[in-house]
Every structure is written in C-alpha cells, then in structure tokens.
Ligand binder design. Structure first.
Ligand code: ADP
Ligand code: TRP
Length: 324
C-alpha cells in the first residue's frame, strides 16, 4: 500500500472566522480528511504579531476551535491542535532563521504592506514566514491547502527547506501548496479581499439575522433595477457562485445580463444560499463555543499527537546541525 500523503494547514485566531476562510481553506481542508492524514492547527503564536489583548485572543481561539469542530473535523483519526502546545516549533524556527537570508523576508508581502503603510513592523511580523515554514516542515508535510494569498508563504517555506537541505544534507520534506484556483480570493463587503484585518467580513457563524445584514451590506455599483449588469465584476455574484449549483448560477447570471433584476434580489438569494450550506452547523457551533471543557480536551489530545511527530523531526534536525 502506498503511504497516505500528509496534509497540514493552520488559521490565525486574529478575529472571527469568515466566509473567505471557509471557502479558501476550511472547506477544502476538511474534505482532504477523506484521502490523507491531516494536521490542522490554530496558529496562536502567529496571532501575537497582531493581537494585543489576552481575553480577545482566548476568545478567538475558542471560536476557531468550535468552527473546526462544528464543521466536522475528525479529531480522533486526525490531528487537530494549537500551535503553542508544540514548543518544538519555536526551536525549529530559530534553526531555520539561521539559514534564511534577510532579503527573502524583506520581499514578503505582509512585511512590504506594513512598510508601505509606514507602520513600524515588529520582528514577529518580519519573521512570520519563518515560523510558518517551521509549522509546515516540523511535520514532514507533503501538501498544504491554503487560499491564494498564502502562495508566497509556501514558496518561502520551500526556499528555506532548500537552503537547509543544501547546507546540512537531505533532511526536510518540501511541501506542495494546494490552492483552490476557482475560489482564488473571495471579496469582502467593500470589494477588497475578505479579511479579518479589513473588518469587511461575512462571519461564518452568526445568527441568521446577522448573516442577512452582512450580505445586504456588500457594495455594488449604482446601476438601477432595469439596467443590464455584469455578474463577473459583481462582488455579490462572486460569493453567491460558491454556494450555488451550476444551473442556479447560470440562471442568475442570465438575469444579471437581461436587466430587470435589482441587487437586493441577488443579495437575498446569496443569503439563502449561504444559510442553506452553513445553517445545519450553526447550532452545533454555538453549543461547542461554550463548551470549554470539550475544547480543552480535544486540543490537549491533539497537542500530544502533534508533539510525538514534531519531536521526531526536530531530533533529526538537531543531529544534522550538531545540537544532539
Ligand atoms: P485573514 O486574512 O482573514 O486574517 P487568514 O490569513 O487567517 O485570514 O487566512 C486563513 C486561511 O483562509 C488561509 O488559508 C487563507 O488563504 C484563507 N483566506 C483568507 N481570506 C480569504 C479570502 N478572502 N478568500 C479566500 N481564502 C481566504
Ligand atoms: N499564515 C496563515 C494565514 O494567515 C496561517 C498559517 C500559519 C499557516 N502557519 C501555517 C497556514 C502553516 C498553513 C500552514 O492564513
């Protein structure tokens, strides 16, 4: 029998999980449980580059854990954990830092964006891609399901693994990104990428009324009801299509082009389509979010399983560099 591929990914608990996270990462990642051995985690150490509020961070972690569980992560057969429960990742980050050229990190988008905004980036933000490389390389990961915005981070990870392997001999496994090209980047309420950092999200789990309200706020152009419209350039349609069957998409695309359809109508249809897919998980989400004991137990067990793998890979790295 061929060995199953190992799949790993993480989400930063820096705010409420949203529809972009769901389509770009959570949905495809959870589907991969059927065919591979998965390691999914809450990137709480990464969140420290932005979150400066301990109660808020705890809350974000709890909500994100509840999202994974409500959507059906199989934590018995797979490994679901919290990044900070595996201290080995900090040590590997340091070792990798020592083979990572500064120039590689200076070209990273997140760092360049912070500089462009004339913010004073902290060292954690600068070193963010090295910690992410350690996350991935610590588990001999073969594939990483992420949204398109993470592509550069995967390239940096492969570069860092390459530098290490060239200097110390074949040690680290080079991972492949698994990007849902058809999902690409989901627009947010204001048309920019939907992101926790922009406060423009449709929350994945909220009440039905809140979901509807968020969808109604998506910006559109100012065409009147009678005017023909373009579905391809419409933010609402770009979200709608991921929750609708092909036939339903074609029907609505035709209605856009014909004219006579107002944006209020497609927004209502989008709300209903999201609710149809997410609704069945909502109750489970709210129950889990308040079940601290269950979340602590699941993450505790996941952390132990993750450490067992991580310590083996770290021992191999230590031997190669002369720290054994
Ligand atoms: P955010 O930008 O909201 O902070 P994260 O950086 O935590 O989101 O992203 C978690 C996962 O969700 C990543 O795999 C990322 O690529 C994916 N993702 C985030 N926003 C989007 C989006 N708007 N469209 C598609 N995928 C996204
Ligand atoms: N940087 C990722 C994000 O913001 C989160 C993340 C951290 C991650 N470590 C990872 C994703 C390792 C995949 C693999 O979405």
């Amino acid at each position: 029998m061929t060995k199953r591929l190992r799949t790993l990914s993480g989400i930063t608990p820096s705010g409420k999980p949203h529809v972009g996270n769901y389509l770009g990462m959570l949905k495809p990642a959870l589907a991969m449980q059927a065919t591979s051995e998965t390691f999914y985690f809450i990137a709480d150490l990464h969140a420290l580059t932005k979150v400066r509020d301990a109660p808020a961070l705890r809350e974000n972690i709890r909500e994100l854990a509840a999202v994974f569980l409500a959507l059906g992560i199989d934590h018995e057969h797979h490994t679901f954990f919290r990044q900070s429960d595996v201290p080995e990742v900090a040590e590997l980050t340091w070792v990798l830092s020592c083979v990572t050229p500064m120039g590689l990190l200076q070209r990273a988008h997140a760092f360049k964006d912070a500089q462009a905004k004339e913010e004073e980036p902290n060292h954690g933000l600068f070193a963010y891609p090295v910690l992410m490389a350690a996350d991935i390389l610590l588990y001999d990961t073969n594939q990483v399901p992420v949204g398109k915005d993470q592509k550069q981070h995967l390239e940096i990870t492969r570069d860092i693994a390459g530098y290490f392997n060239r200097q110390f001999g074949e040690t680290l496994v080079l991972p492949e990104p698994r990007i849902q090209e058809e999902v690409a980047t989901i627009p947010g309420l204001d048309g920019r990428k939907m992101s926790k950092s922009y406060n423009n999200v449709i929350p994945l789990f909220s009440t039905q009324a809140e979901l509807r309200k968020a969808v109604m706020r998506i910006v559109t152009d100012s065409k009147g009801v009678a005017d023909p419209k373009d579905p391809e350039s419409c933010n609402v349609f770009q979200i709608f299509r991921h929750f609708a069957a092909a036939e339903e998409q074609a029907t609505w695309a035709r209605r856009y082009r014909e004219g006579g359809m107002g944006y209020g109508e497609i927004k209502q249809a989008t709300f209903e389509a999201i609710d149809r897919e997410i609704g069945p998980f909502r109750e489970r989400y709210f129950a889990l979010r308040d079940d601290d004991a269950r979340i602590a137990r699941v993450l505790g067990q996941g952390g132990e399983k993750a450490r067992a793998v991580a310590s083996g890979v770290l021992a191999r790295v230590r031997r190669k560099v002369g720290l054994d």
